[in-house]
Design a protein. Structure first.
Length: 630
């Protein structure tokens, strides 16, 4: 294909209006018909056009995490060490016509670097991004028919950085593995940018496009102003750039690697949302280009969308399936709500019937079926991946009462805790028809939580006896089980198994997390109490082995490393949520953290703060990829 640049030729563009409608440059009157089938746009720093910026078109690599992005432009007549580019004109405009071809379903973004923001000199630290998303699978190998106009500015950069952060090292190294789960995860991650900003106008959003989610617009604009303070200067030697690039390092510490441009700085901020918060918040001048902004310094710079409506009624458990859908139990609503990774309800959601009666928790098997523990009528409901009732469902227990926690092991068998009757229900599914069996004894004493490890062992938390029972894959107790370990456990309520086979157990009464190995050996330093743990309820792992803990009484979520060390800034307080009563936490394949809010009937998605995880958990166990990226 012959590639050509239109940037140096006179462009007939419909005029742009500089509208400060709360945030950003807004284009008016632009249509596909008026502009033809080229990809047009502008690059602005704040409200100022950037002249001579290099605009690159990249696709995320699927050659493995940490590999370079793929340059899509060629033979434009302009090239440097990053690849071919098109330059912006004096008004910040650029045009890409027949200059590229993208591979369908790959994830594509624009990156603008350098240029004169009005200071009269080139600012090499000015880096801006905008997400285009999945390359259309319509035969065009381009975005000409779907994205006729793009505004690249600080707001689009914030949206892009947070969406891409779980898969990005910096602005030019964005990649995943080539597994189906990874390709799904990175597609969902890129799509998350549409929840935060409008691509044609470069404006931050207040609500999600579907209308059921509250977006942290003030936090987005505040972050946009943070990098605008550097972009609208003469370059890296400017005091504002020195302050920004010094605070937004690769690991959030002053000794970390400093970014060379503002786009990578924003990716680093997304990676370390609790680091150097004061320095960043106080960086923009009193009069900044984007509004509204945060009135006070935030606890951290996480960006979270809070979903309401959609049938939420005392939401309890949440589980993520292989395509990124979030399945949520509505305890008082006797239903299940299913939202896509963009918060859009699945057709027919919320689902009721099928024996649903005060559903407590749910788990998803390797076939995508959801299994629901019903506290109200002591039954198990099964739904297929489309929300349809599975034949034979609901299934009754074997004398058990008030079923609560549920887990699926690597063999596909379903375990359900029944605390009131001090027993477990086991649904053996390998025969094709679930066969219930009740297990008693083995030290079970008000079992409130259950989990399985990669080897098929089952871990049960006994709340009354402050102990843990471990059964092997033949349901035989391990030697020494149940383990109590002195005062290690205190009213334990939840258990999750990491990639090394250790159980992480929450202790609400003393605000700690205990970690115990398969032989009953405690991890060094356990129990852990760092990171603002406050009535910790539930534990989940991301793809880097970090531990995310829902705190019921602190309105936040604690992040710990695999060694039990608190991540800087923890606990994180979701920016779009308030007065939340966290009851459950899950991490998806896009790197988002999901929290249910029992009292306020909402579901919060913290975008891009975690490493992508393999979902569902049953698949991670089967493939021994718990705590690993897909």
């Amino acid at each position: 294909m012959t590639l050509r640049s239109l940037a140096l030729r006179p462009l007939v563009l419909i005029p742009l209006a500089l509208l400060l409608n709360g945030c950003a440059l807004t284009s008016t009157g632009i249509t596909t018909t008026a502009l033809g089938l080229s990809l047009h746009g502008n690059v602005h720093g704040g409200q100022q056009p950037i002249n001579g910026a290099h605009v690159y078109l990249f696709a995320a690599s699927s050659a493995g995490y940490g590999t370079p992005s793929v340059s899509l432009l060629s033979s434009t007549g302009f090239a440097d060490s990053l690849g071919s580019y098109v330059p912006t004109g004096a008004d910040g405009s650029f045009s890409i016509s027949n200059d590229y071809a993208c591979t369908p379903n790959t994830q594509v973004y624009l990156y603008a670097l350098g240029g004169d923001p009005g200071s009269g000199v080139n600012n090499s630290a000015a880096g801006l991004m905008a997400v285009l998303g999945s390359c259309p699978n319509d035969g065009s190998n381009s975005f000409a028919g779907s994205v006729p106009y793009v505004s690249i500015n600080e707001v689009s950069t914030v949206a892009a950085a947070y969406a891409m952060a779980p898969y990005a090292v910096d602005a030019t190294d964005v990649a995943s593995s080539g597994t189906p789960l990874a390709l799904t995860g990175i597609a969902n991650a890129f799509a998350n940018a549409t929840l935060l900003a409008d691509l044609p106008s470069g404006s931050s959003l207040a609500t999600t496009p579907n209308g059921n989610g509250v977006v942290p617009q003030s936090a987005i604009n505040t972050l946009a102003n943070v990098i605008a303070a550097c972009i609208n200067t003469t370059g890296p030697a400017d005091p504002n750039c020195i302050a920004l690039l010094g605070a937004a390092t690769s690991d959030g510490t002053m000794s970390g690697t400093a970014p060379s441009d503002t786009a990578t700085a924003m990716i680093n901020i997304a990676h370390n949302p609790g680091a150097n918060t004061s320095a960043l918040y106080n960086l923009p001048p009193a009069i900044s280009p984007f509004a509204p902004t945060l009135a006070n310094e935030p606890n951290d710079f996480t960006l979270a969308v809070s979903y309401t409506g959609t049938g939420f009624s005392n939401p309890g458990g949440v589980s993520i399936d292989a395509v990124g859908n979030a399945w949520v139990t509505n305890q008082s609503g006797n239903s299940i709500t299913v939202l896509s990774s963009l918060g859009i309800p699945m057709t027919g959601s919320p689902f009721s019937g099928n024996g649903i009666n005060y559903p407590s928790q749910l788990a998803i098997d390797n076939n995508g079926n959801a299994w629901v523990a019903n506290l109200g009528n002591s039954s198990i409901s099964e739904f297929d991946l489309n929300g349809n009732q599975v034949n034979g469902s609901p299934f009754s227990g074997d004398g058990s009462s008030a079923l609560s926690a549920i887990a699926i092991n690597s063999l596909g068998n379903v375990w359900i805790a029944a605390p009131y009757t001090n027993n477990l229900d086991l649904l053996t599914t390998t025969s094709g028809t679930p066969s219930p069996r009740s297990i008693t004894g083995d030290g079970l004493s008000y079992p409130t939580a259950v989990a399985s490890d990669n080897a098929g062992n089952t871990w049960i938390v006994n709340q009354l006896s402050n102990s843990v029972t471990i059964l092997d894959n033949t349901q035989t107790p391990l030697s020494g089980s149940p383990f109590s370990s002195g005062d290690q456990f205190n009213n334990p309520s939840a258990v999750s198994i990491d990639g090394a086979g250790n159980a992480w157990i929450s202790n609400p009464n003393n605000n700690s997390i205990s970690v115990i190995g398969i032989a009953g050996t405690l991890a060094l330093g356990s129990p852990f109490s760092a990171g603002g743990l406050a009535n910790p309820i539930c534990v989940a792992f991301d793809g880097a082995g970090n531990v995310w803990v829902a705190n019921q009484f602190s309105n936040g979520v604690t992040a710990l490393t695999s060694a039990g060390v608190a991540v800087t800034g923890s606990p994180f307080i979701p920016s779009a949520a308030s007065n939340i009563n966290n009851t459950f936490v899950a991490v998806d394949g896009s790197g988002s953290v999901w929290l249910t809010d029992l009292n306020n009937n909402s579901l919060t998605e913290i975008i891009g703060s975690a490493a992508p995880a393999v979902t569902p958990i049953a698949t991670a166990m089967m493939n021994n990829t718990t705590g690993a990226r897909p």
